[in-house]
Design a protein around this ligand. Structure first.
Ligand code: COD
Length: 300
């Protein structure tokens, strides 16, 4: 299991150099991440977006303008063009630029040009938290808004397969709720119990699933002991399944803004890995996401 994003970067360096199709590339942090990815010989890029805005940014950050730019000032058309490059096998990884997540995802899901596989697509976030021993993953704080039980099952399968591909053979999974007791008035606890039953029946790839489980018990074996909760995964969780997008999104942003975590984000379940971070994410955060996407692609 990777402890840091630097370890992920080291792992993917020197492998096949992938081409990233950047949707709406007129963003300095995105272009800086591309520059860093090129310098690390991780990836090269095709930039789709407003060329008149992209060129001065390339000059400012010192990225050579011999990079391929597809001029498309319309944001939604640029997203679709970026997606279509993967369909045409001219790129292997898609990356979100200066576009709202919903609009970006609509292009990814487009019935003609999109990257659907028949599976549910879902978002996976990775965090490097100061003082923690390993990267920790959250799903889904970025795509599925209020998943039902069946969707939660699919979201978990996507994430477990991705973690397996990243070298976590049997991830510890916490199905996050506000309480460890099943309470019909808190539907997330009912779903958590059902997911554990599915795990017991062998529905998931190798992993350990526990829930309902609250955040304190999941991250601290002392809290578990104090609350009298028996847990095999307390303090050792690799993956949190979030009850809904608001919890996942707020929890991720709290990790970054209160705990100083570094974050990377991917969309899973599509034909190709997709880098999707917040527009506010730094160049380094976007580079980390590119590295994770390369890892996910090369283990396919
Ligand atoms: N996986 C596969 N297919 C999907 C998915 C999915 N996760 N979601 C929708 N579809 C398919 C449906 O089956 C249907 O065929 C088509 O796409 C349209 O479905 P709608 O109308 O339910 O979906 P949309 O297009 O209105 O919305 C899909 C989004 C992913 C854009 C939407 O769910 C969304 O906006 N999610 C939140 C994004 C966001 O704001 N994230 C937070 C910031 S990071």
């Amino acid at each position: 299991m990777y402890r840091t994003f630097q370890e992920v970067l080291e792992k993917v360096k020197g492998r096949e150099v992938l081409t990233i199709s950047v949707a709406v590339a007129q963003d300095k942090d995105v272009l800086e991440a591309i520059k860093l990815a090129q310098e690390a010989q991780l990836a090269r890029a095709v930039l789709v977006g407003n060329k008149a805005e992209i060129i001065p940014m390339l000059e400012e950050i010192g990225l050579s303008d011999d990079i391929l730019i597809i001029d498309e000032p319309d944001i939604n058309k640029a997203a679709l063009k970026a997606v279509s490059l993967l369909k045409k096998r001219e790129a292997q990884v898609l990356m979100k630029g200066l576009i709202n997540s919903s609009d970006f995802l609509k292009a990814v899901l487009n019935s003609k040009e999109g990257l659907r596989t028949g599976r549910l697509l879902s978002h996976l976030a990775a965090f490097e938290v100061p003082g923690q021993e390993k990267l920790v993953f959250h799903t889904d704080g970025g795509m599925n808004i209020a998943p039902d039980l069946e969707q939660k099952k699919d979201i978990l399968i996507n994430a477990i397969l991705a973690l397996n591909a990243m070298g976590v053979e049997k991830p510890n999974v916490a199905v996050l709720t506000a309480n460890e007791k099943v309470n019909p008035k808190m539907p997330a606890t009912v779903d958590a119990q059902a997911l554990v039953e599915m795990w017991e029946k062998g529905v998931f790839p190798p992993c350990v699933v526990e829930g309902p489980i609250a955040l304190d018990v999941a991250v601290s074996s002392e809290a578990a002991l104090h609350k009298g909760i028996e847990s095999k995964i307390s303090g050792k969780v690799d993956l949190f399944l979030m009850p809904n997008i608001e919890t996942g999104n707020a929890c991720g942003k709290a990790m970054v803004h209160y705990a100083g975590a570094k974050m990377a984000g991917l969309v899973l379940g599509a034909t190709n890995p997709i880098v999707m971070t917040s527009r506010a994410e730094t160049a380094i955060g976007k580079l980390n996401s590119i590295a994770l996407a390369c890892l996910a692609y090369q283990k396919k």
